[in-house]
Every structure is written in C-alpha cells, then in structure tokens.
Write a protein that binds this ligand. Structure first.
Ligand code: SAM
Length: 264
C-alpha cells in the first residue's frame, strides 16, 4: 500500500514540521501540497492513499472517501450509559469499573472509548491496530480531539494503543492478563449501509480470524473472549463462540467464549 504525506493548502510551519516527522517515522514521502488536488498528487506520486496533516487533526484520503477521527457513535453510547441504558458490547464483555480489556481491533476507536468510559481510571484498555494509517489517524484523535465533554475526552485519553498485529501482541501477553479480550474484525459479509466504515475498508486488515488467534485470546483472557460479527455469520460456529441473546432485530451479533474454572 503506497501512500504519501501532505498538508492542507497554505499550511503553517507546525503542520509542515509534523508532516515531515510523520513521513520519516512511517518511512514514506512528504510532498508539499502547493495547489495540487488529491487526485493529481496520487497520480504524480503513484500513491493509493494520502495521509493529510490538517491544522488540528489527521485524515487519510482513500479511494472510498476521507477517513478521519470522530467520537460520534461513542458519544451517543456514553450518553445512553450515563442515563442508565445498557450497551450491548459492555454487556457482552461483562466489564465494569476497574476491568482490564484487550481490544484487538481498534478501527475508529468507538468501542475502545466506550470500554474505557466503563472501566474508568482504575481500569485499563489496550487497543491494537494493524494498519499504520488507521493507527495514526485514530491515535492522533484519541490524544488530541478536544471538542467534547470531559468524561468522553478522559475516556479517549486513557486508551493505550499499539500499531501491531493482534496475533503478535497476544503471543507476548501472560496468561489471564486481561479480564476480557474483544474482536471486531471486518465482517466476512460487509454491511454496506455501515457508511461510517466505508473509508476504513481500503485500509483495514480484512483477513479472517484464525483458531490459533482465538486460542491465544482464551489463554490471555481471565473470564471472557467476545466476537462481534454480522448476524447469522458462520464465524461464530467456526471459531467456537456461543451467540449471545439480545439485539434480535439487529444486523450485528455478539458471541462469547467463557473461561471455565473448576472449583478445587
Ligand atoms: C471493524 S474495524 C473495528 C471497529 C472498532 N471496533 C470501532 O469501534 O471503531 C476492524 C479493525 O481491526 C483492524 N484489524 C483487523 N485485523 C487485525 C489484526 N489481526 N490485528 C490488529 N488489527 C486488526 C482493521 O485494520 C480494522 O481497523
């Protein structure tokens, strides 16, 4: 996947410095924007994607549109939780204040923010993202986004993220080191109306999960491993997940594998 780094037209010095820094870190080319359109820049530099440094945020210009960070769905879910309504993911993970969660598929970060809000400052959320561009955009947003209420900003800032394949990260984790491990992979059959995910599609790692990854997750989880997939997905049975009740009329389902402890 070839990409270049550029800025908006008429950038300030901070934007240019930041763009140069990121391109060096990601081993890609920093190109001065001048007056070129994105299409022209992609053509000239034979690039599939453009990492765009704006004044206070990062975006990726993909073939499916602009990928940018916004805590929009997390915002509504936190409002519901604060008003005492349930959240299907939180119920599936069975987490509460103080829990430790390994979220293996950061994506746009909405689930990680909601998990972080629920576990609070005494808990821990570690979230993993394989794609470096998604990681940069969402990582920058989690750290710098500032137009929201304090409880959502605090939840965002507490998420610890790593740009790594979850298989590699899981291999480095001790047994039972997180209360719950969560997977929200790219669905085997994409839900087209999920337009929030459209711009992520050309970048996201869409390989299916393997039995080996799930076995590692079961080793690392103290209580539960949770998978989100489209309703009716064969992935639940293939990977050994029990489909959880609820959301009967929803296009997505959650499945769980519980750790079973024998009483001595
Ligand atoms: C459907 S999105 C996750 C959406 C996320 N739950 C949210 O709330 O925005 C799946 C993400 O997981 C990433 N991913 C897929 N396989 C991965 C792996 N093996 N290791 C790390 N990240 C992975 C993809 O690149 C993609 O960004």
């Amino acid at each position: 996947m070839k990409f270049i780094v550029t800025t908006t037209r008429k950038p300030d010095a901070a934007q240019e410095n930041f763009a140069a820094q990121i391109s060096a870190r990601l081993d890609s080319k920093f190109v001065r924007r001048e007056d070129f359109s994105f299409d022209a820049l992609k053509k000239i530099h034979d690039a599939e994607n453009i990492l765009l440094v704006k004044k206070n945020s990062l975006s990726v210009m993909t073939s499916e549109g602009e990928l940018f960070f916004h805590p929009n769905t997390a915002h509504l879910r936190l409002k519901n939780l604060r008003e005492g309504r349930p959240d299907r993911l939180i119920d599936a993970l069975k987490i509460s204040a103080g829990s430790k969660v390994l979220d293996c598929t950061l994506g746009l970060g909405s689930d990680a923010i909601v998990e972080s809000f629920v576990v609070g400052a005494e808990g821990k959320i570690v979230a993993l993202e394989k794609n470096p561009l998604i990681f940069e955009v969402v990582g920058h947003g989690l750290k710098n986004f500032s137009e929201d209420s304090p409880h959502i900003l605090e939840a965002m800032r507490r998420v610890k993220i790593f740009n790594v394949d979850c298989e590699k990260f899981l291999a480095s984790c001790a047994d039972n080191s997180f209360d719950a491990v969560y997977f929200d992979p790219m669905f085997r059959r994409p839900i087209q109306k999920s337009s929030g995910l459209n711009a992520i599609r050309p970048l996201a790692d869409d390989r299916p999960l393997t039995e080996k990854i799930i076995a590692e997750a079961v080793r690392v989880a103290k209580f539960r491993v949770v998978l989100k997939e489209h309703s009716g997905s064969e992935e639940f049975a293939r990977l050994g997940f029990k489909i959880l009740d609820g959301g009967k009329y929803s296009s997505v389902s959650f499945g769980a594998i519980d750790k079973v402890y024998r009483l001595l």
